[in-house]
Unconditional design. Sequence first.
Length: 93
Amino acid sequence: MQEVKSLKLPHNIIMEDRKRLSVSGVQDVDCFDETLVILFTNMGKLTVRGNNLHVNSFNVDDGDFSMEGEIDTLEYSSEEKARGTSFLSKLFK
């Protein structure tokens, strides 16, 4: 099993009508609430902003994530930037 996890998962995004979002290649969910979801993918940190956001599922083994709500923004940042701008690092500056 560890050999499979070390392989790089494919990363894809499918958004339907700005209301449903499916993302593959997700390694971790950093935080989520009704207006913000932060995902760590194998292509960097992905921030999703909107209203009435709801996480439907996240399969840790295969990296598949799905959510729905009123999606306003999808934004990527590199992993180096993502680690440097975490909530705790901002809090203790």
